[in-house]
Design a protein. Structure first.
Length: 278
């Protein structure tokens, strides 16, 4: 079976519309699928309507979102799956995040202005065009205005980890993100654990804190992740009774990113996250 529990549409920072992303999943023979846009469930509602308009489909939709949170000063992403998108706990968390993103965008823009990049906030907002505003929109503006040659260079110079546009302190605590998902009847998944640049000991403390908060699943590193990262996550999953989630983290077609759809055989002897709602 092919699944994908981590993808992004243009409701946040993805390139494809919800309809295009669903069609990509169908074309790639994906059978269970979640759109997990950053800090919004707009794509969940659009996907449900689009799927209904298509009539019967072999593609089973699972509600999804990727929530921003903070743990010991680090920005941590928590994917929520199979929840009620209208749950008061989730709606309240998203409202808090929406204000935090607005404050964060202003700070990023102010920092860029001090570097001589005037009009950054207005430009990023225009590019976002109603989508959840984030660093990728600032990156696109920097490229559009000729300040950077590519998106990759924009992140490496100005917006990536440790750069002036890397603002973490605005997000709610990790525990609150997990609770927002579980109170909505969903499964909380620790997203891309290999992206946080932590030592194995610190990563284990993060995973333990996530588990104690009520998290039930952790993403298996895919794509460019090394074998050691995969083995480490498998070991944590076994030790802490966590199910493995599989997701491409698809944003757009690229030479380095993963395509939509992941074979469930990759979980091996571990338990798959879909077992929690089947």
């Amino acid at each position: 079976m092919r699944v994908d529990f981590h993808t992004h549409s243009d409701c946040s920072d993805g390139a494809l519309s919800v309809a295009e992303l669903l069609q990509r999943a169908r074309d790639n023979d994906v059978q269970m699928f979640a759109i997990t846009d950053h800090d919004t469930v707009k794509g969940v509602h659009l996907a449900a309507r689009e799927q209904a308009s298509q009539g019967e489909s072999l593609l089973r939709l699972v509600s999804g979102v990727e929530l921003s949170s903070c743990w010991q000063g680090a920005s941590i992403h928590v994917v929520g799956l199979n929840f009620d998108p209208n749950s008061p706990s989730l709606v309240a968390y998203l409202a808090q995040i929406d204000q935090a993103r607005s404050d964060r965008a202003e700070l990023i823009a102010n920092r860029l202005v001090k570097q001589g990049f005037h009009g950054a906030l207005e430009g990023a907002v225009q590019i976002a065009d109603g989508a959840v505003l984030g660093r990728p929109h600032f990156a696109r503006w920097l490229v559009q205005e000729g300040h950077c040659e590519t998106l990759d260079k924009a992140f490496k110079r100005w917006l990536g980890r440790g750069k002036i546009g890397d603002v973490k302190s605005f997000w709610p605590d990790l525990e609150l993100a997990v609770q927002a998902i579980t109170k909505a009847g969903g499964v909380a998944v620790l997203a891309h654990p290999h992206h946080y640049g932590m030592t194995r000991a610190k990563l284990k403390r993060l995973v333990l804190a996530f588990r104690q908060a009520g998290g039930q699943s952790i993403e298996l590193p895919l794509g460019t992740a090394d074998t050691d990262s995969r083995l480490t996550v498998r070991r944590f999953a076994n030790e802490l009774d966590l199910h493995l989630s599989l997701g491409s983290d698809y944003h757009a077609d690229s030479t380095w990113g993963s395509a939509v759809g992941v074979e469930t055989t990759l979980v091996g002897d571990n338990k798959g996250v879909w077992e929690l709602w089947q």
